[in-house]
Design a protein around this ligand. Sequence first.
Ligand SMILES: C[S@@+](CC[C@H](N)C(=O)[O-])C[C@H]1O[C@@H](n2cnc3c(N)ncnc32)[C@H](O)[C@@H]1O
Length: 404
Amino acid sequence: MNIRIKKLDDYGRGIAFVNGKITFINNALEDELIEYRLNKEKKKYNEATALQIFDLHKDRIEANCPYFFLCGGCQLQHMSFSYENTFKVQKVKEILKKFSKIEVNNLQIISKSPNHYRNKVTFTVNKNKLGLLRAKTNDLIEVAHCKLIHNKLNKIVEVLKVLLTKETGISKIMLRIGNKTNEVMISITGNVKDTASFLNLADSLIINGIPMNQDHITSYIMDKKFQINHCSFFQVNDEIVECLYQEIIDIIKNIHARKVLDLYCGVGTIGISICPYVQEVIGVEVVKEAVAAADHNKVLNGAKNISFIHSKVEDIIEKLPREFDTVIVDPPRSGLDSKTKKVLIELKPTHILYISCDPITLARDLKELKEIYRVESVKLFNMFPRTYHVESLVFLKLNDEVKL
Ligand SMILES: C[S@@+](CC[C@H](N)C(=O)[O-])C[C@H]1O[C@@H](n2cnc3c(N)ncnc32)[C@H](O)[C@@H]1O
């Protein structure tokens, strides 16, 4: 049986209809004719595998990885990079329209290299096998090389595979590399018998949360220097993060922001980057180690007009000084909680810059914020090429009548 793909869903899967029921098919592009096998039949939808593809889409390409659709790391290797960018633009436009009734014309997406961009990867280890997990399962797919990660991390994978022939007590290995410094962090969970071999590989080796040498690596975003420890967030794509931060700096300069809140600030990267252009920044972050790194990064960059608070945003937002004109929010995937949104609407800062890695929660939050804010601009950043994820930056301005 063959079916024709109508369009792609938000995860890059082909959508078709089998006896009227929506059916999701991996590795299928718009208008392609697919010979399929159903592998999941649910009440409301089916999932299917493509067995043969006819009427190939003009942007279909040969997947550039032997583990594609096996390891769960990426989903879009079968389409050209330009098609991927168009897909992401279309997806965010549709989500914003559907969930927040916001129409964005001429939505721009900034993209750089689609390969070897990731500065961080976490492998699962099972006995002497190192790999990634098949999507939505605990099945370990052994990998020898990953097209998405920094080439130096791939070289470390080669050495790890040799070391792991002797090691059996490790369950996870996280690798991270610093931009410009090329310093490597290895963070291991499990029982490590041969610490010395790992020490040779890493500028910072962490075993079960305990540093065996340096507790951090250093990375750069533009001309700013940041120390990162093993439990703090740091954006994974060094090239794109610079484009994103440049856009944030441009907006901050344009609006002459003075007092800025940097909510969900991680190790202080955004706040410290905008310090030279504003009077004062306060950052808020829940991870204690990230706040300690942020305090250190402030000194490292000679930033005198920023301070950090260790707290959940929702627990502190009402107690913060009220005279902030600009609020930057960069929440996790879950977006803003209802209390934070409510207080933002009460506080009415003139500008909000919302950085989001999930367009659905972004659209949900914008629906509420747009009661008193208008969208000045939306820009996309392809922070996660070859996956369905995309980063958005939305710039909001308080409606004039609310200000009065
Ligand atoms: C997407 S990251 C952004 C970090 C930082 N702005 C950056 O660009 O590197 C989200 C951050 O929010 C923190 N976080 C998550 N929930 C939080 C909460 N309820 N209150 C404060 N921080 C939170 C996470 O630890 C993480 O550092």
